[in-house]
Write a protein that binds this ligand. Sequence first.
Ligand code: SAM
Length: 239
Amino acid sequence: MKRDEVFRDPQQQIVDFVFDETVAAAFTDMIRRSVPGYEVVVPMTGLLAARALRHCASQAVYDLGCSLGATTLAVLRASGDDSVQINAVDNSPAMLERATELISDDRVNFVEADIATLEFEPCAVVLMNWVAQFLSPATRLEVLQRIRQQLDPNGLLIVSEKIRFTNPDEQTYCEQAHLDFKRANGYSELEISQKRVALENVMIIDSEAEHTERFHAAGFGSVQKWFQCLNWASFLVRP
Ligand SMILES: C[S@@+](CC[C@H](N)C(=O)[O-])C[C@H]1O[C@@H](n2cnc3c(N)ncnc32)[C@H](O)[C@@H]1O
């Protein structure tokens, strides 16, 4: 696994973060050292997806923002079922090129597409692990509505995100504790601050209440926060 050194050296001008070849090469290390709970949420996503698949006629799964396919692999491992069909979607050619090298399985169809305009087919499970935060806020509700229209009545949507707290004390506390997590994982102050600037206009964070309201506005009946570590949470969303 290549060590993430994307923001190691001082940059004259910090440009907006993109999921390009440099990021794709170091992505596994980057996300593990940056997202608290990643190594719990990904395999649990597989198990939760497999459970939902057992109760649905459709065996179609969407892994939206699949990156290198970690979540897709978790579903394959947990479902142990030949009939599952995973559409692993990303709009980064660099990510998809590496993902296709890592996963060669007839049950997985890699799709280069923008989630904002993706046409969904009937499906049992939709997984959005740390991707909704990168969609333009104006498109987020519409994407959820399109997912809701195609999701099996017994189906499942999982959305994992960084969240913002409306209480300023909670926000400061969790933000600082998250920085401690990154320092403990070997990131320097320079790396942390340069990445923060690069993400500022790209990763737009919603509060738990905003997520919950949007899920209901899109027509989902049940929203359960099943995981949280500091300012990182995951929601189980059902019709
Ligand atoms: C933080 S990563 C997701 C990690 C991944 N789900 C996992 O479990 O390892 C976000 C991914 O979403 C992709 N992405 C961002 N915006 C997108 C969009 N509008 N359409 C499709 N993919 C998008 C990025 O290219 C990137 O690979």
